[in-house]
Every structure is written in C-alpha cells, then in structure tokens.
Design a protein around this ligand. Structure first.
Ligand code: ANZ
Length: 937
C-alpha cells in the first residue's frame, strides 16, 4: 500500500489541533511531568534543521511520559524581545512588533509541520504586555527586597527599615554596595530622600555607577556574556569600558547558593564547571598594610596569606582611590601618565595581556606586618579595581604575574615554603628566589598553613579570613527600544516604583528607534511617557513639572529578564491576578527535563536560577532550583559548498582544476546544487546575485563541481536545510526519525539529506506490515513465541534507551524489529498494535493513522506503553558446551526449562558421552545453568 505521508500528516495535525489532543489539564490526579525546551528567539530566517533537534528529543520524551500515565506539561513560547527586530526597525522603520509577529507566525507554521505535542494554548511571548506585566512586577519585587545574610535569603525591604529603626546598622548582616554605619537615631533624623538613598544601597534591584561594556555602534550597554573577545556577540562591534549610572541586579548575593545548588542538579558536568568557574569562589584573607608616613592603610585580598613572608612589594589598581593620596610629588607625573595610558584598555584586555607587564612607582612604602620589611607600592593594570579590594600584596616567588613585574622593576624575590608538595602544586615556582625560612609555617601542609596564618592575622587585628566571588552584579538596563520598560519614575532624582495596579507599563510608540539627540535611549523619543502621580497614569511628556508629573525611566530591560521566569508562566499562562497561581506552581514544581543549547551556560541558566531563588525566598514558589535535569543537545552541522573565483575575474573554476589558479574560495548556497550532488547548477548560480550574472565557468567533465566542507549550520554560511522541504519530501515522521538517528543527542553531527531515504524506507516497511497488498489486514490469531520475542526484545531496548536519552539507538532497534517481523510475515494484531504505540513518540503521524486503522477511536497518545514480559525473552533451547577434563568435547542443545540436575542426567546418558567415559563414573560434574557443563573423570 502506498504510504502517503503528506496526506496522513496533514490529517493528524488537523485532528490534534481540533481535538486539542495535547492540551494539558491542571486538574488531574495523575502525577505530573514537566518537559521544557529553551524557547526560541523568532528570527527572520526561520528554522533550519538544526533548530528542532532538541525539540524532537524532548517531544519524544514528553509523549513517552504520557504513555506512562503522567500528566505532561510540554509548552512552547517565544523570547520575542531583542536586538535583531530593533535593528531591522532602525533600517526600515517597520515596528519591531510587526516584524516579531511575522517571524512568530512563520516559526509556528514550521513547528506545527513537525508534529510537536506542544500545548499551544499555553504559548507565551515575552513581548506581550500581558506577559511583561509580570516581568515588571518581579522587578518591583526585587526593588522592594534586600538580602539578609543572617537568614540567608531575600526579605521585604520593610524588615530592613525595621532594623534601622530599632538598631541602625548595628548587627546588620546584609549584601550591600557600600558598608554604611549609622544609629537608629541618625536613621530617624534623616530626610525621606536620604532614607531612600540609603535603601538603594541594599535593594536587590538598584542603581549604581558602574563600569559597563558600552557598544557605541549598537548604542547600548551589554552584559559580560553578550561580549565575546572585546566585540558585541551580535554584530561584532567594538565594545568599550565606560562609567554609567545603571540598574543592576544583586545576583552576587546568591553566589554561594548558586554554587551549592549545582550539587543537587542532574546537569552535564561541563555546564556545572562553567557555572562554578563563572561564580569563581576564592577563599583567603583580607589583610591591612600600613603605609609608611601616612595614616592610610592598603587593604589587600589574597588567596595565599601563607605567602605573606615573601610579600616584597604592593600593587594597586590604577583606579584605586588611594593612589591619589599616597603618590609622592616626585612620582606624580609618572603615575598620572600611566593612569592615562591604561584607562584606554578594557578590563578584558588587561587580563588577557599577561606578557607585557607595566606599572609605575607611587613613591610610597608599606610595611610587611610579618617580616617588618619595607615594601614599595606600585600601580599596575594587572590589578583590577572591580575584584577583591583593588590591591594586592605581591609575592613574586609564588605568583607568576608578580614575578614578571618584579623582574621588570628589579624588585626582591623571596620564596617562603618549598617543602610541602601540596603548596608547590598551587604555586608558581620561581628558580631565582632567595629562600626565607619562616619557622612559623614550616612543616605545615597548605590548608593548615593557611588557617594558622589567618588566625595570626586576626590576632594581630590586621585582617580576617574571607571569601570572594568573581561573579559581579548583573547590569540590568539597556539603552534600547524593543524591551520591557522599567516601571520606575524619578522624583527629585530618586527612583520610585510604579504601583502594581498601573502595570503593565506599556512600551510607548516612538517615531525613531535611535537614541535622541541628547543621547537619551530611544524611549526618550516617546511623546506620551511620563508618570502622573496624582492620577496614577501615563501622560504626555509635555506635562512633566516634577511636581505631580514625573519622567519615567528611559532604559529597558535586558533580553534575559523575560527568559528568567517564563517556565513559571507556562504553569498558569493567562492568569491576570498573579504571575502564577501558587497551587499550580506547587503542582508543576520543577522542570523535570530541560533541553537546550550549551551557549546559555552562564547567561540564562544563572539568571533564571537567581530569579527563581528570589521568588522562592519571597514565598511565591516552593523550589530553589528551577531545572532538575538538563541536557545540552549537540549541533547539527551543515555541508557548506564553495566555488573558486579566479582572482580579479568573474571566472569560476571547478574544484579539481582550482589548484592551477590563484583563487578565492566563496560560499554558495547549497540550494544551488543539483539534487544531492556536489554539482553546481550554473544557471541558478548566475541568477542568484547580480554580481554573478556574467559569471563564466571552467568545467571538469562538463560539470562545475563545488568544494564541500562541514561547518556549523547557519544562514550566514548558506548551508541551511529547511525542515519544510524535508517534511514535504520525507514527512515530519521521516525528519523526526532521521534527526534522532543521526547520532547521540549531545554530540555534534553533520547533516546529510541523502541519509533520509534510509529512514523513509523503514517507514514504508513499517506501514506495509499492516497491509496485504492494498488492503489493511491484521489477523486476530494468537502470535507465535517468535513473534512475541521480537516485540518484547524491542520493548526492553526502547524503554532502556528512552530512559537513558539514547534516542538514536531506539531508531535502530525499530528497524531491526520491523525487518524481523517482515521476515516472519507477522501481521498479528497483538504484535502490531503495541508496535504502533512503541514507535508513536518518534513517528506520531503514521502511528496515529495505523492506530485508527486498527479500529481505535481515541488518539494513540494516551495508550499505556506496552509492558515488558521477560518470559518471552527466555531462550527455548540452550546449547551447552560439554567439557571433559578441561577440554571441550561436543555441544548439546537442551530445553531452557530444564533444571541443572536434569541437564546433568541428560548429558551423562547422551550417546556422545559413552565413548568418552569408557565405562568410568565421572568424579565430578559441574553444571553452570544455561551456560556450560564441566566433567572431571
Ligand atoms: C598573594 C598571592 C601569592 C596571590 C600567590 C596569589 C598567589 P583568585 O583565585 O582569582 O581569587 N588578586 C587579588 N585581588 C586582585 C585584583 N583586584 N586584581 C588582580 N589580582 C588580584 O585570585 C586571587 C589572587 O589574585 C590573590 O592572591 C591576589 O594575589 C590576586 F602565590 O595574593 B594573591
């Protein structure tokens, strides 16, 4: 029977949509299971076959879990704010909302063609006002919260105010910007404005002057993870360091919890390692050094206080405020010119440039509190102001950068301990040092030496043990249009949140999407974007009088705001009262399986854990961690095609002749090749671009052969394969099976359209098991043992494979099973019915069709997954090798049902045994059941 995939797939996609087959109910006594994909940014290019890889895997898992009786939440949505739609708006004037809507429609169409079992009714879009209302609400909650280190959680700002009213800052243990000290009286005597200023120092969403990554070409600030090698990740524009007043999120308050939480998660180790590295916990000490002849103290952070005896000089970051006070008159010019020189470098350049040490002497000295020796104080840009205290004690014998600096400036190099292997491993070991023998630490291992010196530092009252994290607070404002407005207005320069009742604060219309002439962000172009405090509404900017009508914040939120909590919104997507009803978020709890790309390791996956922990602290949800198990799917690579253009001409030479010419290798679109071959369709090539209209070709054997290379699949490399084309030709089921068949989910693998005919052939064979010629025909006769064995072998394999996320091997076992059933001409209902259920998570359309042809009225989706019966796998006959005095003599086939004793009797009485025994009685007979018989005579 002809397998008409197009007709079948259309029919079932329509059925699923009309019957809302995959709509998830919240009211059920079934156990829940939450399967989530990282939601896509709907780009203008549409999907290529690399995008659905993870979605197919998660869809198979979601369907499998439904068959197992779980109530599965498997939603989809769009991360729909972002730069590309805005860049397009700048170029063309088209509102980003329109571009976004068009792109989403295209994505939706493409996704629906692949037959995903998404609950489309729960779709969310981060750029919808009904969604970002709650992103703004979370911002307001963060603004009105502080981090209490004593309770180790975020608390409402009222508890902080209460603490100030009762005790001032005494006994306060908070995460803050600056350490403040005041009494309860001083607090009470402060003006309202001063109080607000003080509170801003503690809020989880706060404003502060920060050095930011400023990208003039994009006109915005970028997060660290949006900058790659000093360039913007999107567009590759240069990024500079600039000081600006910015909104920030106090993620650093959560560093330790973000680190500890990793232990509870089933995530790939490289991903955990990346987060651990990003958080960057260092344990050490903060130590104070007296500056000679000054009241000033240099405070350093060191992870190696045990090397303090070898600290021979000090280095401050050029930006350290102390530099000004301690630089001597004689050194001022040198110091100033050095500061000027380094201010041009980005922090990243400063860290990357390890070879060229540079610096300047301040003219002042500090005193080493342990050795009593004088230590010259330098400045150098290898010390960063944003880390630790912005100052180091330099130990050139043990630290490589300090060593390079000492060599350059001819400073003393003293080695402290060199006996303990543990320490040697941690130290850079310089050969040219003088050894100082500190009896104080000799003989101690690394950890003991460290603890001992820290207690000594504490005893001397010159410092204390401390922990530092490399992770910085996250800058939250973007000078962009297409993002969530920040629900803040300014009164006397102080920020105030909008009342929750005024949310959503909608993105205003603007005429231009560029910054204003005054350098304000694009929202500065809006005509109606001011806050009328008295009437509680947004009004025209002309009405701003700073009395009752105030300016609104003009920056918008970063891309990561909306994606940091979307998994919660799916639980209750249309609730207008709360972001998600508590009962529902309790029921759905954590995401049980999250699949997505590894590029989100330190961005999305840290920010969303942070917001989730915050919402948990404030009692809105129950779990600290949002994503229990996570898998990073690998990449699908494309086969790029290239032509060789002869330099300075419009002539193109075929691949195998190209060596004879000086050429340039140019990407051509893979759709310009003939069929699945490497041959270029030269006419299509000429028509592709005006530049190529007059192209001439030097052919080989009458053909132009392109060069091929495996690269990341991407629109920019012209090697994308559109899933729509594959669905058309081989069906969505073919696409799904093939993507899984390509190899292990986590690995990268090249796409090869030719390989699809294999899985398509399998689908046809599978289909035909249910037909006799053109008639659908299954028999109700009881299957044979051999038939059951094929089925149950398959069940066993597939269950194991799905539970271990090994989807490629399941596809091969489907192929084996179908081949075997075809060979033994099996058409029994009791085999073919369960077979359709087993294959349905992978190839849902064909299985729905077969299931309904089998006479079932309901979708195959909720049918119980077939259960393994091991009895069918037991071999009927066992072939026992019989060994006599250690030598194998013959083999004997016996029923597997026999006991060991029965096997023994049958072997001894077998006629082949008689000539071997020669009438003797065996001394010993050992039967290893179902394996071997050993006889000693
Ligand atoms: C003395 C010492 C001896 C150090 C030694 C290291 C090795 P992590 O592990 O990254 O936390 N340091 C401290 N603050 C710094 C800053 N603002 N900029 C650049 N370097 C800074 O590194 C901490 C170590 O880096 C500290 O320990 C300090 O040098 C340096 F054998 O102090 B150490």
């Amino acid at each position: 029977m002809f397998y008409d995939h197009q007709q079948i797939e259309k029919k079932w996609q329509k059925y699923w949509e009309e019957n809302q087959t995959y709509k998830t109910s919240n009211n059920t006594d079934k156990p829940k299971f939450y399967v989530l994909d990282m939601f896509p940014y709907p780009s203008g290019a549409g999907l290529h076959v690399g995008h659905p890889l993870g979605y197919i895997a998660s869809d198979i898992y979601a369907r499998y879990k439904r068959h197992q009786g779980f109530n599965v939440l498997h939603p989809v949505g769009y991360d729909s704010f972002g730069l590309p739609a805005e860049q397009y708006a700048i170029q063309t004037g088209q509102h980003p909302a329109i571009t976004t809507e068009e792109n989403i429609n295209r994505y939706e169409e493409q996704l629906k063609k692949i037959g995903f079992s998404f609950d489309w009714s729960r779709e969310v879009r981060t750029s919808d006002a009904s969604y970002y209302k709650w992103t703004q609400w979370i911002f307001i909650e963060l603004y009105h919260s502080w981090y209490n280190k004593s309770t180790d959680k975020a608390e409402p700002i009222q508890t902080l105010i209460q603490h100030f009213e009762e005790k001032g800052t005494e006994g306060l243990n908070a995460n803050q910007n600056d350490e403040l000290n005041f009494t309860a009286e001083e607090w009470k005597d402060s003006s309202d404005l001063d109080k607000e200023d003080i509170l801003l120092n503690y809020r989880l969403a706060f404003r502060a002057e920060t050095t930011v990554n400023w990208c003039p070409a994009l006109g915005t600030v970028l997060a660290n993870d949006e900058v790659k090698d000093g360039k913007s990740e999107r567009g590759g524009f240069p990024v500079f360091q600039k000081k600006m007043m910015q909104w920030s999120m106090r993620i650093s308050a959560y560093s330790e919890r973000l680190l500890q939480g990793l232990n509870t998660l089933d995530w790939p180790q490289p991903l955990k390692d990346a987060q651990e590295y990003w958080i960057g916990k260092s344990q050490g000490a903060q130590v104070q050094f007296q500056v000679e002849g000054h009241d000033e103290i240099v405070e350093v952070f060191t992870t190696r206080p045990d090397t303090i005896f070898g600290a021979t000089f000090m280095v401050l970051a050029p930006e350290n405020p102390l530099v000004d006070t301690i630089t001597t008159e004689a050194q001022k010019a040198e110091v100033d010119s050095y500061i000027e020189e380094t201010s041009k470098k980005t922090e990243r350049d400063r860290m990357a440039d390890v070879k060229n040490v540079s610096g300047a002497f301040t003219g002042s000295y500090a005193v080493n509190p342990f050795s009593g020796e004088k230590m010259p104080i330098y400045i150098s840009d290898y010390v960063l102001m944003g880390y630790g205290t912005g100052a180091v004690m330099a130990v050139p014998a043990h630290d490589e950068r300090d060593h390079r600096f000492a060599k350059k400036f001819n400073l003393d190099i003293k080695k402290v301990v060199d006996t303990d292997e543990d320490v040697q491993e941690k130290s850079f070991d310089s050969k040219d040092s003088v050894c100082v023998n500190s009896d104080f630490l000799n003989g101690l291992n690394y950890n003991d030496a460290k603890s001992k010196i820290i207690s000594e530092i504490e005893n001397k009252g010159i410092g204390h043990g401390t922990t530092n994290y490399r992770q910085r607070d996250a800058i939250f404002s973007r000078q962009r249009y297409w993002g969530e407005p920040v629900p803040i207005y300014y009164k006397e320069g102080m920020p105030y949140t909008l009342p929750v009742s005024a949310l959503p604060l909608e993105l205003p219309e603007v005429e231009k999407y560029l910054p204003t002439e005054d350098g304000d962000p694009p929202l500065g172009n809006a005509k109606v974007f001011a806050w009328d405090e008295a009437n509680q509404k947004v009004v025209s900017v002309d009405l701003i009088d700073d009395n009752t009508v105030f300016p609104l914040e003009l920056s918008t939120m970063p891309g990561w705001a909306g994606s940091s909590w979307y998994f919660l919104r799916y639980m209750d997507p249309s609730n207008d009262e709360v972001f998600a009803n508590k009962e529902l978020s309790d029921y759905w709890g954590q995401v049980d399986l999250y699949i997505g790309g590894s590029e989100h390791a330190t961005g999305h996956l840290l920010y969303s854990r942070f917001w989730n922990m915050f919402l948990k602290d404030r009692g809105y949800i129950t779990h600290d961690e949002p994503f229990q198990k996570l898998i990073n799917q690998g990449m699908i690579l494309g086969m790029s095609a290239f032509v060789y253009r002869i330099d300075g001409t419009n002539q193109y030479v075929s691949k195998n002749l190209s060596e004879n010419y000086k050429t340039q290798k140019i990407h051509v679109d893979v759709s310009l090749l003939k069929g699945t071959s490497d041959e270029l369709d030269t006419e299509a090539f000429k028509a592709w671009r005006p530049d190529y209209a007059d192209a001439e070709f030097i052919l080989e054997d009458g053909k132009y052969i392109t060069d091929r290379e495996v690269e990341k699949m991407s629109k920019s490399k012209y090697n994308v394969v559109n899933p729509d084309d594959i669905c058309e030709e081989y069906g969505a089921d073919g696409l799904r099976l093939y993507e899984m068949f390509l190899g292990p989910l986590e690995q990268s693998k090249p796409w090869n359209t030719q390989g699809l005919s294999g899985v398509y052939g399998f689908l046809k064979k599978f289909w035909n098991l249910y037909f006799n010629g053109d008639t659908f025909e299954v028999s109700d006769e009881e299957p044979t043992k051999a038939e059951y064995k094929v089925l149950h072998t398959l069940i066993k394999k597939v269950v194991y494979d799905i539970e271990n996320f090994s989807f490629n091997t399941s596809v091969s076992s489907f192929m084996i099973a179908v081949n075997e059933l075809q060979k033994i001409k099996c058409n029994k209902r009791n085999i073919l019915e369960p077979l359709a259920v087993i294959i349905s998570p992978y190839a849902p359309h064909i299985c729905e069709e077969l299931w309904s042809l089998l006479g079932n009225k309901e979708s195959v989706e909720f049918e119980k997954f077939p259960v393994l019966n091991e009895d069918y796998l037991v071999e009927d006959e066992i072939e026992y090798p019989v060994s006599v005095n250690g030598k194998m003599k013959f083999k004997i086939s016996l029923s597997a049902q026999l006991s060991a004793k029965e096997v023994e009797d049958l072997v001894i009485s077998d006629e082949k045994m008689q000539p071997i025994l020669e009438g003797k009685t065996p001394k010993k007979i050992i039967v290893v059941h179902h394996r071997i018989v050993n006889i000693v005579i």
